[in-house]
Ligand binder design. Structure first.
Ligand SMILES: [Zn+2]
Length: 241
């Protein structure tokens, strides 16, 4: 027997709603790193090559997976050592984090940084920063200017967000102040971002190329608080400015 015509739009609407809820649930699962690698349709992230597509969900899969983290964060790409989780009651601390002294051939003293961020940083340094350094300056970056990772504090520089914990409070962010090259030359965000020279072009291009690895990639254009560094994190927001 045919259904009354007025019931059909309602049925279509509920199917669409169900589809939308399912889509949001799956997308949220990837976004929060809740879908384990074995259930993921994407191949595990590797530091061996520049990833082509689906970089974000591949990195998210590392969030809570310590075994996958150890399999991915390998020499010579990074000398990562896992460190015990630390969760404090004031919404600070970290889970699945590492310490390391080099990433992508550049020295840096990091302790701690989440595994997911360490992988993102290594991909950016090794497959974006270093090729550009060779192309523009004929040499590699040997040291990254490090302004820190973990800091139990709220977001600074923006009154709208000031009540919220920074991703630094979860060791899920890093601030980079500049680059030192093999011949000793340095390029600094504070000194070289503005201007029309090669140094400024290098900084703007490495910033542009960071957007696919970090959910938040902020530079001097964002606000005064970032005049002297890039801020990179893999929290829940998404912006590249
Ligand atoms: Zn920062």
């Amino acid at each position: 027997m045919r259904q009354p015509a007025r019931k059909r739009p309602r049925r279509i609407f509920s199917k669409l709603l169900l589809g939308l809820i399912l889509f949001v649930a799956i997308a949220g699962g990837f976004w929060f790193g809740l879908i384990p690698q074995r259930l993921s349709p994407f191949s595990p992230v590797t530091l061996d090559e520049r990833p082509s597509f689906f970089v974000d969900p591949k990195l998210s899969a590392l969030r809570f997976d310590t075994e996958l983290c150890q399999a991915v964060l390998k020499q010579p790409h990074i000398d990562a050592t896992p460190i015990p989780d630390r969760v404090s009651q004031n919404n600070c601390g970290w889970v699945n984090a590492v310490r390391f002294t080099q990433t992508g051939g550049a020295k840096i003293g990091v302790d701690p940084l989440t595994c997911e961020m360490a992988a993102a940083l290594t991909l950016w340094v090794e497959h974006e920063v270093q090729p550009l350094a060779r192309e523009m300056f004929g040499q590699e970056v040997v040291r990254l200017g490090d302004m820190g990772t973990y800091d139990c504090r709220n977001i600074v520089g923006n009154p709208f967000w000031k009540g919220l914990r920074s991703q630094h409070a979860a060791a899920n962010a890093i601030d980079i102040s500049g680059f030192t090259f093999a011949d000793g030359r340095t390029i600094s965000l504070l000194r070289d971002w503005k201007g029309s020279g090669k140094e400024s072009a290098f900084l703007r291009e490495v910033h542009r190329r960071s957007c696919r690895y970090f959910r938040v990639a902020l530079g001097p254009e964002f606000n005064k608080a970032h005049a002297n560094h890039f801020h990179f994190d893999r929290g829940l927001m998404w912006t590249c400015r």
